[in-house]
Design a protein around this ligand. Sequence first.
Ligand code: CAA
Length: 256
Amino acid sequence: MPDTLKISRTGGVVLVRIDRPKQMNALNFQVGSELVSALEPLDNDPEVGCFVLTGNEAAFAAGADIKEMQAKTFGDMLAEDYPAIWERFGALRTPKIAAVNGYALGGGCELAMMCDFIIAGEGAQFGQPEIKLGIIPGIGGSQRLTRLVGRAKAMDMILTGRMMGAAEAESCGLVARVVADDKVVDTALDAAGRIAAYSKPAVQLAREAVNRAEESALSEGLLFERRMFQSLFATHDQKEGMAAFIEKRKPKFTGK
Ligand code: CAA
């Protein structure tokens, strides 16, 4: 059993709560390794269709554990390669929703951005305050924040270290939806339940096609999407989904 996480599963949805409340859910190496140890096996489980990652009311996560990192040398950081464990989380193929209440700072903001989308409470606060500590974002913040919100706001956030509230985060594209604080996890679980009920091949190829938009020229991305779209006509789920629409019934997707 992990010490730093609480994990529960309902049907095809797995809810993970980061659970270090006294440290504002600061992300030490143990959180990262427990997270990937728990989720990597579930990533290959055909019955699992979506992950929801959350924290508590005060903090999704207040960043890397500063107390654990303070004394480390360049050599220590190079050898331990702290970012690598989090990249394994980012590489999971199962869709991931971040359900954010409170602070998502530094590594916490970066972890939320590794998810496919973020649902935030009205009181959520996002930021990359590493500059105040004499460092810079280390698990993707300079790259993912810039892609999500554009250069101007990314520079503002990363160079000044200021926080951004949920409304601003939604208006600039960091956050998909803002809901009342006490509805964040339920809203994320509802979205996750919908995703988990769809055809797995369709969900997987949809994610890959959207992710391609960030990594390729438009013409290559469009060709990739076209082939993925066409390839789904080789699945039983496509036949079933369309037949169910025509027959006015709910589809039964099997992932085949
Ligand atoms: N690491 C370790 N401990 C942390 C922490 C962190 N990132 N964030 C908060 N804590 C601890 C505090 O030290 C404090 O512990 P004690 O009670 O033992 O003193 C406890 O959590 C509560 O924190 P505060 O008393 O500071 O609570 P607050 O409500 O006044 O402020 C906060 C909350 C704004 C989140 C503030 O704690 C804060 O600024 N935290 C640091 C945020 C930060 O700089 N994050 C970036 C880390 S570096 C990083 O993430 C690098 C990377 O890219 C991977």
